[in-house]
Design a protein around this ligand. Structure first.
Ligand code: KIV
Length: 302
């Protein structure tokens, strides 16, 4: 599958683009796969520089950058704009676009059409969709139409209401078996990978031996082939509710606040801008300019 060329590609970067084959190799070698979300160009450049393997422009953009309270309202067009910006900042990680709620469930045709938009308009290497059951059929159709698909089971935020809210899944024998069945269905449908979200570690451990494709966990224990976190959770870009599985590795919101407060203080005390932030003008040009103002004043007086 071909994607449009990515911009800003440093010529001397040693890393090679991450392919589906590379991910399968990493799984076989037991090399943990690092996946993270990104929603804009500067974040894309940061995660590229950090050397992650997979970047997901998640529908979690809805609450993390677009101000919605959950992922349901975000549209294909909103995600395409964010995904294209991320694409322009990446060179090596595999770029996965998240199909938002309502953009793939109705029919195979709808699913294929939306997946093709993510590849053609935003430069995605693959798309992700949520759920097993009918979603496995949609996944099969998209794969047949030439687009790699990542599945997503367990806690699937787009249908959280049906799952009884934002809570761990697979906590009874019957629900754990459902997770298992969904995983096998997505694998059989041709998914190249599956995200396991909010599933007891023991359930994940029991399912892993049955899967031949990389499983990326988020709140699913440590036996998966890789881990994914939401960038805004791991950097603490917000201080909203954090799910149990999210760990903070930095305190970006606190640093943003510190910077903006320092700026506001310097403006108010006239410390900023300093001479080093100010443009100059040649003295003779300044004289001429001042003379011209005098001329304007003279003519205004007449
Ligand atoms: O949208 C998202 O951020 C996700 C991850 C939690 C996997 O789907």
């Amino acid at each position: 599958m071909s994607t449009p060329p990515r911009h800003e590609q440093p010529q001397d970067a040693p890393r090679r683009p991450v392919t589906l084959t590379k991910l399968a190799e990493m799984r076989a070698l037991g090399e943990p796969i690092v996946m993270v979300t990104a929603y804009d160009h500067p974040s894309a450049k940061a995660v590229e520089a950090a050397g992650v393997d997979i970047v997901l422009v998640g529908d979690s953009a809805a609450n993390n950058v677009l101000g919605y309270t959950d992922t349901v309202p975000v549209t294909v067009d909103e995600l395409l704009m964010l995904t294209a910006a991320v694409h322009r900042g990446l060179r090596t990680p595999l770029l996965v676009g998240d199909l938002p709620f309502g953009s793939y469930e109705a029919s195979d045709e709808q699913a294929i059409q939306t997946a093709h938009r993510f590849v053609k308009e935003a430069g995605c290497d693959a798309v992700k969709l949520e759920g097993g059951g009918a979603s496995a059929d949609r996944a099969r159709a998209i794969v047949r139409a030439g687009v790699p698909v990542m599945g997503h089971i367990g806690l699937t935020p787009q249908t959280a209401t049906m799952l009884g809210g934002y809570r761990a899944q697979g906590r009874t024998a019957a629900r754990a078996k459902q997770v298992f069945d969904d995983a096998l269905a997505l694998q059989a449908a041709g998914c190249f990978s599956i995200v396991f979200e909010a599933i007891p570690a023991e359930v994940t451990d029991a399912i892993m031996p049955f899967l031949e494709i990389p499983v990326i966990g988020i709140g699913a224990g440590s036996s998966t082939d890789g881990q994914v976190l939401v960038l805004h959770d791991l950097l603490a870009i917000h201080d909203d509710f954090q799910p149990k599985f999210a760990k903070r590795f930095a305190a970006v919101k606190a640093e943003m606040l510190r910077g903006v407060e320092a700026y506001a203080d310097e403006v108010r005390t006239r410390k900023f801008p300093g001479g080093e932030h100010t443009y100059g003008i040649a003295p003779e040009e300044l004289d001429r300019f001042r003379d011209s103002l005098g001329f304007v004043e003279d003519s205004a007086r007449r």
